[in-house]
Ligand binder design. Structure first.
Ligand code: NI
Length: 185
């Protein structure tokens, strides 16, 4: 089942999401639906608050980065109750987009390397370190669980310039190729 995506202006995107227990009801089905929703919207990552649940889960398919980083060819992972333990390396800028900010793309600077502890879909614990494109997407999706969006990293001037477009998103005056929840209704 494809979920409608929450967009800028929806208060759920500003909440700190809560951890889940291994017996979370219908977890398998929820994860399947998240993947389906993400692929339908051509996303590389999706966090649970973006489909209306304030819980600590995100999914990532970073295979789009395999042209430059061949090891990402099969990178398809579920992160449950993740915790970023540290970031390191040289900060670098990359243009980011977000299914919750349709039609907005901005250069965002983030650390190069991230170490993250998380549980997979079988509730096995992992402690892993990622760099490059995977680290980029992980940090973006993790932010969603902390109530943050990539526009938070922009300069006040840049945000001011985007104000009109952000307002249009909140009012639903946009036409992405996936279904959204219009916040102001
Ligand atoms: Ni996003």
């Amino acid at each position: 089942m494809i979920y409608p995506v929450t967009v800028y202006g929806d208060p759920i995107l500003r909440k700190v999401a809560q951890p889940i227990q291994p017996d979370y009801p219908d977890l398998k089905e929820f994860l399947e639906n998240m993947w389906e929703t993400m692929y339908h919207a051509d996303g590389v990552g999706l966090a649970a608050p973006q489909v209306g649940r304030s819980i600590r889960i995100f999914v990532i398919d970073a295979s789009a980065g395999a042209d430059e980083e061949p090891e990402l060819k099969d990178f398809k992972k579920t992160f449950i109750n993740p915790q970023i333990l540290e970031t390191s390396g040289e900060p670098w800028a990359l243009e980011e987009g977000c299914l919750s900010l349709p039609e907005i793309r901005e250069d965002i600077t983030r650390p190069e390397v991230v170490r993250i502890r998380y549980f997979d879909e079988q509730f096995q614990e992992h402690d892993e370190t990622y760099g490059g494109f995977a680290a980029r997407v992980i940090q973006h999706e993790y932010d969603h669980l902390e109530g943050k969006l990539f526009i938070d990293y922009l300069s006040p001037l840049r945000r001011k310039l985007l104000r009109g477009r952000l307002g249009n998103i909140t009012k639903g005056k946009i036409n992405p190729n996936y279904r959204i929840v219009i916040p102001s209704r």
